[in-house]
Each structure stands twice: as C-alpha cells, then as structure tokens.
Write a protein that binds this ligand. Structure first.
Ligand code: PDD
Length: 285
C-alpha cells in the first residue's frame, strides 16, 4: 500500500506529494511542526500538540493554514488512510511559497500545510526502553528561541549524528554554564540520589514538551518529589537515574552519559514506572 500524504488541500500518494522549490520552509526553514504519537489508532494528546502549534505559529506570525478543528480532522484522516495502529503523525506549516527574499512576502501568501503519518515498530521501542540508551553531551549552539518548534533543526541533526558516531543514541545539549538544556529531540531528566525528579524549567532554552507536561501529572500521582531547575552534567553523571521524554518515545531510560554509567547501568524503577503510567494521564482521541 502506498503511503498517503496531505499536501495543501489534497490527499496524495507519496510519489506525488510535493512542495514548491520556493517554499519558504525549503529556502529558509521558515516554518513549524508537530509530532503526535498514534497508539491503538488514536492520536495521543492531539489537543495539546495543536495548542502548541498555534503558539509556535503565533510567535512567528504565520497564519493558521485552516481552522484548528479542520486540521484535527485532516490529521485523523491521514492516520486512517495510512492504517496506522502504532506510529506517529507529522504536521508541518510553513510561511508559504514566494520569490526568495528574507523578509515576509508582501502581499501575504497562503501558508503551506503538509501532514504525513507512519508506523513505528512497537516491540523495537519496548526493547530499547527495556535496555536503556546511551547519550553524549554536546555544546548547545542553537538560537535563543528553541521554545518555538521550528523546522530549523540543523544543530539537532548534527548533535544526533555526533551521538551516533560516538556509539550513543541521543545527544544532550549543554549551555555555556555547563547545565543541560535538553536532548536533540527530547527533554532531559534525572532522578537525584535522594529520589527527586529534576528537569529544566520551561524557559526559552528548551522546547516545552507535551510529554514533559503530561508526565508531571504521573509524577505527582506517584507521590514523587519534582524540581524544575537546571542541572549540570556533573550532577547527571552522579544521578540515580536519567531519562528522556518525547512524543514517540514516552519515557526512555538513559543508562550511560558520556561513558559514565548511571545507577547500576540498567533502567531504574522511577523511569520504568513513569513509562508504564504515562498513558493513564495522556488524552487519547
Ligand atoms: N521532538 N525537545 C526537542 C528539541 C524536541 O524536538 C522534542 C520533540 C521534545 C519533546 O517534545 P514532545 O514531548 O512534545 O514530543 C523536546 C519531536 C518528537 C521530533 O522532532 O521528532
């Protein structure tokens, strides 16, 4: 079965799913995106992801390509046309197509909208979570507004590639004060030796992950103490546990950071329990 993508008003087979060479997403990374988990054919936390999309668009003064409710229906339709049981749905909105000029087009052009979906291998993801992952640290050389979920991801791409070349799975960005900001496509967490869960507060130096927000409810329900504050790499090396969160990975235990073994080198009980509990707090629709 050919994959189907939604491109500017039409559902198309992948081979015909194309955008213009002068789309500002292609030329300038002038656009934003969202990724939602699909589980049991349902979209997880779609409402919150769409809220964040609206915020990202607003920060960049890009128009909504269609009313929110209609976009929700398109996402659902793409999931259903591609028969996704477990996987992800991807939404990208750019400022549209115009002759290449850095300033916003005048007159304004219609924003471009692309929605795709694909299956993920659930047993492979579960096996990864059961084993835990290694991460390496890299300097955070991104721009000052990574709270906006833009498609400008070159530092993230290079960080992930550096991780893979160093035998790890994810990279943790570290700011100039030696404090971890977040992963290349995840939020970063530790559990301290006395069992407190720590993650950076949602300032402009991290993306405020939807998984991160929902996980706070799970953490509170489990009676765990949580602190929203920056932590250093040194603190992370000495942590009892570490993990990352993102829409398609939920809670993924980290067992090694820059070659330092975390805890006993196996996924810890806090990360594992939070992973199991997560979907009780997420919305499925
Ligand atoms: N990434 N931080 C960054 C830099 C991210 O790219 C992501 C998500 C997150 C976690 O956000 P959420 O919990 O809302 O997925 C944090 C997506 C999945 C991606 O780029 O594929």
């Amino acid at each position: 079965m050919s994959r189907i993508a939604y491109v500017n008003g039409r559902y198309l087979p992948f081979r015909d799913a194309k955008v213009h060479v002068e789309d500002r997403g292609y030329q300038f990374a002038d656009g934003v995106y969202e990724v939602c988990e699909v589980r049991g054919g349902k979209l997880i936390d779609q409402r919150r992801h769409l809220q964040r999309l609206v915020r990202s668009l607003g920060e960049l003064r890009i128009r909504m390509p269609m009313p929110l409710a209609a976009l929700g229906i398109v996402m659902r339709e793409v999931v259903s046309r591609n028969r996704i049981g477990y996987g992800l749905v991807y939404v990208q909105v750019t400022r549209g197509v115009a002759r290449r000029d850095h300033a916003f087009p005048t007159p304004e052009v219609a924003p471009s909208l692309v929605v795709t979906a694909r299956s993920l291998n659930q047993s492979r993801n579960e096996a990864l979570a059961a084993k835990g992952i290694a991460v390496v640290s890299v300097p955070d050389n991104r721009w000052g507004r990574v709270d906006i979920k833009t498609i400008g991801l070159l530092p993230n791409v290079l960080a992930r590639q550096a991780a893979i070349e160093r035998g790890a799975r994810d990279a943790w960005f570290v700011d100039k004060d030696g404090r971890v900001t977040e992963g290349a496509s995840t939020n970063a967490w530790i559990a301290t030796p006395d069992g407190k869960v720590v993650t950076r507060a949602p300032d402009q130096a991290i993306l405020q992950g939807i998984t991160r927000s929902v996980l706070f409810e799970a953490i509170k329900a489990q009676g765990l103490a949580v602190e929203e504050r920056p932590f250093t790499l040194k603190e992370a090396y000495a942590a009892r546990e570490a993990f990352v969160t993102a829409a398609t990975q939920i809670v993924l235990p980290v067992v090694r950071i820059d070659g330092h073994m975390i805890g006993d080198g196996k996924p810890g009980p806090i990360a594992s329990a939070l992973r199991r509990a997560f979907h009780r707090y997420a919305e499925a629709g």
